[in-house]
Design a protein around this ligand. Structure first.
Ligand code: NI
Length: 167
């Protein structure tokens, strides 16, 4: 298994749009394994392929306390959304930043699982927010896009400092 390199905001590659997966073949399955490995190691509760500079519509999530409930969504689509809820979000591509974002409270998502089987899942709360957050990545969108320009400027400065520290 491979730990993938996670891009950090404001890397322009995070703005690329992901393409649908045409077939859940061995390459895709291996990528899903690597994405889980990368997410668990980070550690994080969600990861989109876009964050690893891979333009495929794949997200992985595990919000469970013991990190034993892996969820994989390939070509995810939201087929229904209800209500509004604001929650604090973070992102492996924007380390150390947590801000409140408003999203649909409950959604029904349709996707393929890691075996290529189609499924529908109704979710709410944290999992709902997480799926919407990760699906945004596939469109080249980040949670900081929902914040004011002033806040984004502050975040970019923090990211600059972090980058200098890492170099
Ligand atoms: Ni994220």
């Amino acid at each position: 298994m491979t730990i993938l390199n996670i891009l950090h905001y404001p890397d322009p590659r995070l703005r690329k749009k992901a393409l649908p997966v045409s077939q859940v073949d061995e390459t895709v399955k291996r990528l899903v394994e690597d994405m889980f490995e990368t997410m668990y190691q980070a550690p994080g509760i969600g990861l989109a392929a876009t964050q690893a500079d891979i333009q495929k519509r794949i997200i992985v999530i595990d919000i469970s306390e013991h990190k034993n409930e892996p969820l994989c969504f390939i070509n995810p689509e939201i087929i229904r959304r209800d209500g509004v809820e604001e929650m604090e979000e973070g992102c492996l591509s924007v380390p150390g930043i947590y801000e409140r974002v408003e999203r649909a409270e409950q959604v029904i998502v349709r996707a393929l699982d890691r075996e290529g089987e189609s499924f529908d899942m109704q979710v709410s709360g944290l999992l709902s927010a997480c799926i919407q957050h990760e699906m945004d990545h596939l469109e080249g969108k980040l949670f900081v896009d929902y914040l004011s320009e002033l806040k984004r400027q502050r975040i970019r400065k923090k990211m600059d400092k972090l980058r200098q520290k890492m170099m």
